[in-house]
Ligand binder design. Structure first.
Ligand SMILES: Nc1ncnc2c1ncn2[C@@H]1O[C@H](COP(=O)(O)OP(=O)(O)O)[C@@H](O)[C@H]1O
Ligand SMILES: [Mg+2]
Length: 365
C-alpha cells in the first residue's frame, strides 16, 4: 500500500499543498515547528479519519478557517481516492468521491503504523494508556474486535449505572443485573481471547525485533487480565462474590477494562527499570511487529511513519532500524538532522522533502 499523492487544504499550518511521494523511503526534514509532524499526521488522518493525538478534530483546521480537506491517492493494486473533510459542524469521509457513512467501513481500508515520541507512554504511563494502544492495534486488523469492544463498553456503562441505582434504592431487580453481567462476561471473554492471542504473537515478534535493534537483552510481553484462565462459570460466581464491593464503589471492579500488559527486559519491568533508550527500542519493536502481523494476517503491507524517531538515538541503533525497513514498505521518516542520515540514504532508494514556511518540496542531491 502506497500513498502517491497528498493534497491538503487548510490543514494545520498548511494553507494548500499538493505533493507526490515516493514508493519507498520518504525523508521529511525541516526545522522544529515547521510542520513535519503535522504532515505525517495528515497521512494518518487520511487513513484512520482521526489524529493519533488525542485532540478535537477541529484543531486540525488552519486557524481562522472553518474547513480542512485531506485528500490522497492510494495505490493498493489499483488507485483509489480517499478524502477526509472536517468542518466546524463535523466530519465527512469519501472513497472515490462517494460518501462513506460508516466510519468503520472507511478506516478498515487503509493500514498505517506510526511511531511518534509520545508512544513511549505505552511503557511509562498507566494501564489505560496501554489498553488504548492494544485496542487500536488489534482494531486495525480485526473489525469484529472493535465492534465487540464498543458493545462491551456500552454494557459496562449500563452495569455501572445500575449498580449505583442499586446502592441508592436497595432492593432493585437482581435478575436484570444478572442478565447484564452474563452478557458482559460473554463479550469480555471474546475480547480477552483475542488479546491473549495478539500478545502471544507480538511476544514472539517483538523479541526478535528487539534483538535486531538493541542487540542485547531479552524482551518479553506478559498479558495481565482478571479473566485469565477462568471460564464463564468461575467468572460469574466471582461477579456474585464482588457484588457488595461493586455496589459500594458504584462500578464494576473486575474485567477486561482493567487488563494490562507488562514489558519485561531480562525479567525486569521496563516501566520501572528500563532506560529511555530501552523503552524506545521496545516501542519501535512493537511497531515493526505490528507491520509483520498485519502483513501476515491481512496480506497487505501497511504504510510506515517514523516521526522524530532518530533524535537521541545513536548511529548504531539508527543503522539497525534502517536494516529492518524493507523495500516494499512505503516509509516516512521525519527529522531535523538530515546530515545524520545522508550516509544511510545512499544505500536506500529514497527521496528527500523539505518542509518550510507552510510548504513542502522535493530536494535532490
Ligand atoms: N490548526 C492550526 N493552525 C495553524 N497552525 C497550526 C495549527 N496546529 C498547529 N499549528 C502549528 O504547527 C506548528 C507545529 O508543527 P509540527 O508539525 O509539530 O512541527 P515539527 O516540524 O516540529 O514536527 C506550530 O508552529 C503550530 O503553531
Ligand atoms: Mg515534530
Amino acid at each position: 500500500m502506497q500513498i502517491q499523492e497528498l493534497k491538503l487544504l487548510n490543514y494545520r499550518n498548511f494553507k494548500k499543498i499538493d505533493v507526490t511521494f515516493y514508493d519507498n523511503l520518504n525523508v521529511i526534514f525541516g526545522k522544529n515547528g515547521s510542520g513535519k509532524t503535522n504532515l505525517v499526521e495528515a497521512i494518518y488522518v487520511l487513513a484512520l479519519s482521526r489524529s493519533f493525538k488525542q485532540i478535537n478534530d477541529k484543531s486540525l483546521i488552519l486557524k481562522g478557517e472553518n474547513l480542512t480537506k485531506i485528500e490522497g491517492i492510494l495505490n493498493n493494486n489499483y488507485q483509489t481516492n480517499y478524502k477526509v473533510i472536517i468542518t466546524d459542524e463535523g466530519k465527512k469521509v469519501l472513497i472515490n468521491n462517494n460518501r462513506v457513512t460508516k466510519i468503520s467501513d472507511y478506516i478498515s481500508k487503509l493500514n498505517i503504523v506510526l511511531f511518534n515520541p509520545n508512544d513511549l507512554r505505552m511503557i511509562k504511563d498507566t494501564p489505560s494508556i496501554r489498553r488504548r494502544y492494544l485496542n487500536i492495534s488489534i482494531s486495525q486488523m480485526d473489525v469484529l474486535y472493535l465492534k465487540n469492544l464498543n458493545d462491551y463498553n456500552k454494557l459496562l456503562k449500563i452495569r455501572n449505572s445500575y449498580l449505583k441505582q442499586m446502592m441508592l434504592n436497595g432492593n432493585l431487580n437482581k435478575d436484570y443485573l444478572n442478565i447484564v453481567t452474563e452478557k458482559l462476561v460473554d463479550i469480555g471473554l471474546k475480547l480477552v481471547s483475542v488479546r491473549e492471542e495478539f500478545i502471544k504473537k507480538m511476544n514472539q515478534l517483538m523479541a526478535s525485533f528487539y534483538d535486531k535493534i538493541a542487540q542485547s537483552g531479552s524482551l518479553e510481553l506478559e498479558y495481565k487480565s482478571d479473566y485469565k484462565n477462568k471460564n464463564r462459570e468461575e467468572l460469574l460466581s466471582l461477579y456474585k462474590k464482588n457484588l457488595e464491593k461493586d455496589m459500594s464503589f458504584g462500578k464494576t471492579t473486575m474485567g477486561p477494562h482493567h487488563d494490562d500488559i507488562k514489558f519485561l527486559l531480562d525479567k525486569m519491568n521496563l516501566k520501572d527499570y528500563g532506560s529511555e533508550g530501552q523503552q524506545k527500542n521496545t516501542v519501535i519493536s512493537w511497531k515493526f511487529s505490528e507491520i509483520a502481523f498485519i502483513k501476515e494476517k491481512l496480506g497487505v503491507t501497511p504504510i510506515l511513519i517514523l516521526d522524530d524517531l532518530l533524535s537521541e538515538l545513536d548511529i548504531e541503533k539508527i543503522k539497525n532500524i534502517f536494516e529492518l525497513i524493507e523495500n516494499d514498505i512505503q516509509t516516512f521518516i521525519t527529522t531535523t538532522e538530515i546530515e545524520k542520515l545522508d550516509f544511510l540514504l545512499k544505500k536506500h532508494n529514497s527521496k528527500k522533502f523539505l518542509v518550510e514556511s507552510g510548504s513542502i518540496r522535493e530536494v535532490r542531491n
